[in-house]
Write a protein that binds this ligand. Structure first.
Ligand code: C2E
Ligand code: MG
Ligand code: MG
Ligand code: MG
Length: 289
């Protein structure tokens, strides 16, 4: 059984003599100007219904085009932005921009936005959400936040209240990368989350014949059903993986097979890969730009 963990989180090569701390300091300084220099953009990746193959949502994924380094992975720069106290400002920009984009889509298509656990802990998230919805006219039911289990690990005094408040607004909450964190299953009883996103490492390993990963996916789906939650399989890259998770009863599918993340500016058609020609894709209505 191949290891499902350790999916090359960060492959950027740093010469041994170069201090990682120096590297982070440089990145932090660059991140401080990235917003005002308009170096950020958002890519949208489709999420489809496992049975009907219809696009039900797009996930907003932050992109940073650094003036000299080029594209920097969010897995690399988001932790730096968190440590530098920059994630709230960046997150607010992502939320505003993505909500404005989603307001142009057909009404049945939802928007998923990633939130760092730090954003959930911090004051002002609720106000930012209300303001983004009001300014863009996006219905709260069309917005869903994705948070990893770390939200429970580093839970602050306001975390529970904020999650509850978002839920009562009608905003959806999904547990991202499920199975890779260290949180207790008991948290699921609190019922703030209505969706579990099964980490792609399990999908990959199970499709490669790993019985343990298969058992974990089955258990997650069965547990989610019992709790009235839906499931999304992340990182579906092959037809075999798609068939596997669909046959196991997974509700939604996301991955390169279905569509890669694509910037909205570059095309009028949604981000859908050519392999998935049978997809019934909503037409994006563009009212401006
Ligand atoms: P995530 O939320 O779990 O997003 C899914 C990641 O998997 C994305 O990487 C996506 O491009 C990638 N992916 C999707 N399908 C496939 C596939 O079939 N195969 C493979 N190998 N990868 C696939 P990305 O865009 O590099 O983002 C990485 C992480 O950075 C995200 O993981 C999320 O945790 C974080 N992130 C991205 N945007 C934001 C943001 O606006 N705010 C915050 N706080 N975090 C963000
Ligand atoms: Mg996500
Ligand atoms: Mg994920
Ligand atoms: Mg992730």
């Amino acid at each position: 059984c191949s290891k499902h963990q350790g999916r090359g989180k960060y492959t950027h090569f740093v010469p041994a003599m170069l201090d990682e701390a120096d590297e982070r300091r440089r990145m932090e300084a660059d991140l401080r100007v990235a917003l005002t220099e308009k170096q950020f953009s958002i890519a949208y990746q489709p999420i489809v219904d496992a049975e009907r193959n219809e696009v039900v949502a797009f996930e907003a994924l932050l992109r940073w085009n650094h003036p000299t380094r080029g594209e920097v992975s969010p897995e690399r720069f988001i932790p730096v932005a968190e440590d530098a106290g920059l994630i709230r400002g960046i997150g607010e920009w992502v939320l505003r921009t993505a909500c404005a984009e989603a307001a142009r889509w057909p009404e049945h298509v939802k928007l998923a936005v990633n939130l760092s656990a730090l954003q959930v802990e911090a004051d002002g998230l609720l106000a930012n959400v209300l303001s983004a919805l009001a300014h863009t006219g996006l219905a709260p039911e069309r917005l869903e936040f994705e948070v990893t289990e770390s939200v429970y690990l580093r839970e602050g005094p306001a975390t529970g209240k904020t999650l509850e408040a978002l839920k009562s607004l009608g905003v959806g909450l999904a547990l991202d990368d499920f199975g890779t964190g260290y949180s207790s299953l008991g948290y699921l009883q609190r019922a703030e989350f209505s969706k579990i996103k099964i980490d792609r490492s399990f999908v990959k390993a199970a499709a490669n014949g790993c019985q343990e990963s298969l058992a974990i996916i089955q258990a997650i789906i069965s547990m989610a059903k019992g709790l009235g939650m839906t499931t999304t399989a992340e990182g579906v890259e092959t037809e075999a993986e798609r068939k596997l998770v669909r046959d196991l009863g997974c509700t939604l599918i996301q991955g390169f097979l279905v569509g890669r993340p694509e910037r909205a500016e570059h095309s009028d058609s949604p981000a859908v890969a050519e392999e998935a020609v049978e997809l019934k894709v909503p037409v994006r209505r563009r009212t401006s730009r």
